[in-house]
Write a protein that binds this ligand. Structure first.
Ligand code: XIL
Length: 356
């Protein structure tokens, strides 16, 4: 009898992947302890996200399953940008973004909204819009409030303004600045806040790790918004970086963002192995290990900021096969922690090791 019970307990333990029998006491059915599978979302002390591509989510089960398994936060890679959501003045197309939001709700994941205002991904009707200052202001306000209102209660946080600072530290000469002046940035935050007072609002940009020029300009911008009483909750560090970047610059990017007191989101991380964009380039295990060390250094620096400021780390797409880098820069590259066969690269373990 006892041996029969023991046998069934062991079989149960073997047959159920998620459960493991720890110790089997003769004559007693060993307690079955739930053992969590190692995934990013199970193992990391802060949210782990990925930017996702809607058509891959719909058409590719391997891609979708990996997102479901590994991440607890998602960002739409493109589906919430202006041109995607608002292709004509009186037309909003919600279906792709709604699909992602519904997927996230069904699978218990957080959605970070990207992005309400950017100088890129604008539809022609905006680039060609002829209007008075008041009409431009209305365009900005209407877009932000319609989008934030649509996703109210479902999208917890927004990149309100994306990439408003140029690499030389000046305010980028975008269509928004030309039509509305630089104060539009603060008003964009106010409009978003009015539409969903519970949403967390971020300023998102790249290049904090380049050096003090751009970094200081970004920090001055967010500090000036704060000092004007504008509600801003966080700062997004895109972290489209490269394996040749120094650990010191990466750590400074993170610690100076945290010094603002705002939440810090590493919002679009990828680490290029071919930063000179060579047309012919070989992926080697040495490069993979160097990339892993760089991911670990970033995670370590991020883990060192106060817990309450850790909004999470989001990678920009899921596998090397889906990354925007090769198509955008027309060169081979392998910037992400998963390879094109959906397998974990050395960077994956390095991310886990970064919080040990
Ligand atoms: C990129 C997408 O990944 C591409 O698919 C698209 O063609 C262009 O935009 N900074 C950002 C992101 O804030 O929105 C960009 O995403 C990458 C750089």
């Amino acid at each position: 009898m006892a041996s029969g019970l023991l046998l069934s307990a062991s079989l149960l333990a073997i047959s159920c992947a998620k459960y493991q029998s720890t110790s089997i006491d003769p004559g007693v059915i060993a307690p079955l302890k739930q053992v969590e599978e190692i995934t990013l979302q199970n193992s990391m002390p802060f949210a782990m996200g990925a930017a996702v591509n809607v058509s891959l989510m719909k058409s590719n089960a391997n891609y979708r399953d990996l997102v479901t398994k590994e991440f607890n936060s998602i960002t739409a890679e493109n589906a919430m940008k202006f041109a995607s959501l608002h292709p004509a003045k009186d037309t909003y197309t919600w279906s792709d973004a709604d699909y992602l939001v519904n997927y996230a709700i069904a699978s218990g994941k957080r959605v970070h909204g990207h992005t309400l205002n950017w100088y890129k991904s604008l539809p022609d009707w905006v680039n060609n819009f002829q209007g008075t200052t008041a009409e431009w202001e209305n365009l900005l306000k209407t877009h932000i409030q319609t989008v934030v209102g649509h996703f109210k209660g479902k999208v917890v946080s927004w990149d309100v303004v994306n990439e408003a600072i140029a690499d030389d530290g000046t305010i980028r000469n975008s269509i928004w600045v030309q039509k509305l002046g630089t104060d539009y940035i603060g008003r964009a935050f106010q409009y978003a806040h009015e539409a969903d007072p519970d949403a967390l609002l971020f300023y998102n940009d790249y290049g904090h790790e380049f050096g003090p020029t751009k970094r200081t300009a970004i920090l001055n911008l967010v500090n000036s918004l704060k000092s004007k009483g504008i509600l801003i909750d966080g700062i997004g560090l895109q972290m489209h970086t490269r394996v040749t970047q120094t650990d010191a610059n990466l750590a400074t990017a993170i610690s100076t963002a945290a010094a603002t007191g705002l939440k810090v989101h590493i919002s679009e991380i990828d680490i290029a192995l071919n930063p000179d964009r060579a047309q012919s380039f070989t992926y080697t295990s040495t490069l993979a290990d160097q990339q892993a060390a760089k991911y670990k250094a970033i995670v370590k620096a991020y883990n060192a900021i106060p817990k309450a400021q850790q909004f999470g780390i989001t990678q920009w797409n899921v596998t090397d096969a889906d990354s925007w880098i090769p198509s955008n820069y027309s060169c081979p590259d392998w910037p992400l922690p998963f390879d094109g066969q959906y397998q974990r690269k050395p960077a994956y373990q390095a991310i886990l090791d970064g919080v040990k």
